[in-house]
Design a protein. Structure first.
Length: 445
């Protein structure tokens, strides 16, 4: 018997968390936290399974929407083993401590009492539980070998250490994609997948983006380079809002490649925010996965890191947060940039439509004015697709390779979920295609 319950968000980018019960054994796939501070239910509903077995908690990667509630999950299930790749373990420690500091700072700025989801002491006590394994190395759940459950991590190509999780049990195979990127990025190679599975649990983030499959990487690089050059030639600067983990490092590599190819002049590149600390982890661990990667490489790219908004022009600035939330560096710089026709803002990743970054991504001028308190917008704004997620044709191609009997769709807006479901149905790729409701118990076998 295989039962499945989604404990977190399904129909948006929220708190990813999936419970699998294999007879008397239980697995948690991810333990996320909704990144939207206004979310009604930011945490997975662990109370639903508090009386159920949880023998292992498996973290696919270190973004907070897949990791952020792990300390809480461990408090619910203290006997569970915690598994992830080595890079995810290193990044998870940094991300979880940073989340606490950011929330405390926000509370102080807003004049509110800080009530953390978990304490520093709790976090320090759970870190020793992390057990890490390399890609393509099958392993059993420690102390529960009698379960006959074998786990294998597959490179997901999303961020450093990200993994698809293959579960083998009694002749059946389950594959959970986490966040997956089939094509290579600027640092990371594309995802790797097993050849066949019985049950597929897959993300659908870009399932409703009809343009993404038609965008060619080289053309997008050239278009991005031209946008940057136009602003630099005006004597202005370009702001690139980025997520600290993953997007910062990929865009740094993109800029390096364009300068090396003489498609961009060697102007100062400023790295602002938490991404500088993540860079150190990339530089320390990338070569263990990709031997050709030069240690300390990202450290050589940045011109300087800044603690204020004083910088040389023309220049390129990478600043967190990617969603440009108020009180973040990218938000403050954007407020300064928006009235100046010489400057530009390049949006290079996903952002929630209801955030300032989302309003820029959708080029909704009235919302931009409202978010940033501006009467008019003068700077150049453009959108570039350098996604760390597979587009919808890549997701379909993955499903064709895996040929699952049953497919569970998650981690996408309703339109994305429905598009993938209908395409799988039309091509008869999977016998049963399920868009579950949060907290719904589903019998998969």
């Amino acid at each position: 018997m295989i039962e499945y319950i989604p404990l977190g968000t399904i129909d948006r980018i929220g708190s990813s968390c999936h419970y699998l019960k294999l007879d008397e054994w239980g697995l948690l796939l991810d333990a996320g936290l909704d990144p939207d501070p206004t979310a009604e239910n930011p945490l997975p509903d662990y109370d639903i399974i508090k009386d159920q077995p949880v023998n292992a908690i498996i973290i696919s990667h270190a973004h907070l929407d897949h990791l952020g509630s792990l300390p809480i999950a461990i408090q619910y299930f203290p006997k569970a083993r915690v598994y992830m790749t080595q890079a995810t373990a290193a990044l998870s420690e940094i991300m979880l401590f940073h989340y606490l500091k950011v929330q405390e700072r926000k509370s102080q700025l807003n004049g509110k009492t800080f009530t953390p989801l978990y304490t520093v002491e709790t976090l320090e006590n759970v870190l020793y539980l992390f057990q890490s394994f390399n890609y393509n190395f099958p392993f059993k759940i420690h102390s529960f070998q009698e379960s006959k459950i074998t786990l294998t991590f597959w490179d997901a190509g999303h961020i450093l250490g990200s993994a698809g999780v293959e579960i083998k049990w009694r002749g059946k195979k389950i594959f959970y994609t986490g966040n997956t990127k089939k094509a290579s990025q600027f640092i990371l190679r594309g995802a790797r997948y097993p050849k066949k599975t019985d049950i597929l649990i897959t993300e659908t983030t870009y399932g409703n983006n009809e343009d993404a499959p038609n965008i060619k990487k080289k053309q997008e690089m050239n278009r991005f380079a031209q946008f940057v050059i136009d602003r630099l030639n005006f004597g202005g600067s370009v702001l690139i809002p980025v997520f600290a983990l993953g997007k910062t490092q990929e865009i740094m590599m993109l800029l390096h490649k364009l300068i090396k190819m003489n498609k961009l002049p060697p102007v100062p590149i400023y790295i602002l925010g938490f991404g500088t600390r993540i860079n150190k982890v990339y530089d320390n661990l990338m070569h263990k996965i990709y031997p050709q990667y030069d240690m300390k490489f990202l450290h050589t790219i940045s011109y300087a890191s800044l603690s204020n908004l004083n910088f040389r022009k023309p220049s390129i600035i990478l600043a967190t947060s990617g969603m440009m939330l108020p009180q973040t560096l990218s938000y403050e710089i954007a407020r300064d940039f928006l009235n100046n026709i010489r400057n530009g803002i390049a949006i290079v990743g996903w952002a929630d439509p209801e955030t300032p970054g989302g309003s820029l991504r959708e080029k909704k001028i009235d919302k931009i004015k409202n978010f940033f308190g501006k009467d008019h917008i003068a700077c150049g704004i453009d959108i570039f697709l350098f996604s760390a997620h597979s587009h919808r044709e890549e997701l379909i191609s993955m499903a064709k390779l895996l040929r699952p009997q049953k497919t569970v769709l998650c981690h996408g807006e309703p339109a994305a979920l429905e598009w993938i479901k209908e395409r799988l149905r039309l091509e008869k790729i999977s016998e049963q295609i399920i868009i579950p409701l949060t907290k719904e118990k589903i019998q998969l076998l």
